[in-house]
Design a protein around this ligand. Sequence first.
Ligand code: NCD
Length: 527
Amino acid sequence: MRCKMRGDDMISERRKSRFFARDWLDVHSITRSELEYLISLSSRMKSAIEREMQDVYCLAKGHDLLAALLFYEPSTRTRTSFEIAAMRLGLRTTGFSGTEATSVKKGECLTDTVSMYAAYNVAAVIMRHPLDGSAKAVSEYFRMMGKDIPAFNGGDGKHEHPTQAILDAFTINECCGRLEDLDIGIAVDARYGRTAHSLPVVLSLFPGNRFHIFTHELLRMPPAVLKFLDLNGVEYHEYTESREQLEDMLGSLDFLYMTRIQRERLPDDDTFYKAKDMFRFTPDMMGRTKGNFGIGHPLPENKENPSIDPSLRRHPKYWATRQAGNGVPTRLVELALSLGLAGSDFDGDVFVQRGRSGAFYTERTPGGRKETGPYDIRPIMNGTVIDHVENDPYAVARLAQLLKLRESGNIYRLGVVEPRDRPDVIKGVLMIRDRYLSDDEVRLVATISPGATVNDIRERNVVRKRDLVLPEVIDGLPNMRCTNAGCITRPEHQEYVASKAVKVGEGRTNLVNCCYCGNLMESQDMF
Ligand code: NCD
């Protein structure tokens, strides 16, 4: 007779999986081996579901696990496919669809609401929310509270839609038979459409893919996504002039990913009217595509302004309905992995988060005539000279303001100088009398003025010299905020999530991504 596992044993068994409590917040944290594993398991699940082989997919049988579906924004496909996936897996579901009947209407903040679901011991939180970075905020909150509840981002504002990108990749693989060396078109709204942001990033895990982005000038792909593609050496082209540009490319595309104009997220209707018909896909266009071409769409279509002509819905190259159907097996697998119900045979790479560890300065031994003396730092007997600040008087003044130097009254000199011995180097300089910077202050200077040098002066000698670089992680500094008004960290949303950013790329750079909404910024713009 088979011995039944006790509850404790079942939990510890689940915890052993490498995927246990894995979040699905954005596509940047998905590795190629994870995606390949996901796709192969999803295709097994898909055929098992079609054949009603419950033993294969009902992996939570015998467990008492609940999934909370917290949908703050409208949804048909994402919510329903997650719900069906959860049910087929053997979970029970709870939550809400729209906030009308919830305490959100009484002014409750997001983390307070999700903390209740944690208190009720749900096993997973699947959410959709209007603020960019909201799912990340929930995940960080769970980690802080010591809860191993995975968070699934079913769309956070205009930021990302990672589980959609996985089902999109799964569909493209079904259509094209591969995920590499493809010409992928992305059309209509690359600016506010979160699915359009996630797709090229996830497909850039595979070599040789080229992206062709067809949008109105006002709906172009965000700089954060383009920068990511640049840094990873991925080929992409933007087409913003006319529909002929799409017509010209039709014969070369393997897959065209159409999207809906996110009218509800546009600042005004003007953009909608300017862009609405520009890249509409017509039956005539279909006639000029390759034999194994496919056209997809995350759906919904807007009936007043469909991106793909409705007469094409039953065309064999129309993939959008099959694509939506793929939401069930892929999401079932994601849930199974994060709950530790599958994945024990995975031995590939997992994502490694960028750490705080990297130093934000290098020490240089002060020495030589120039450093010890008469030229640069002569005016100060004791104190700090911040050198090589950006060549901009405002940047220097802002640095002084952030270090609260006016209040303390010990600025000796502030401005842009042209050293006598090196007139080619025009640089910002800030001289502070009788004061040395704390580590946090040096971190602040490194953040807003990477490339600067901090000199500690004692008895007119440079006793310490630090060349600053942008810290790997930027957090905990006073008055910092993300420049994206839709980011959950912005104080006006009253969600009480502290701003945090990470360095983009390597070496000398001042570029950062918001840790929550992914917004690309120059570090000084956060202050
Ligand atoms: C999309 C979404 O909500 O981001 N739909 C979906 O999840 N399948 C796209 C859209 O709303 O246009």
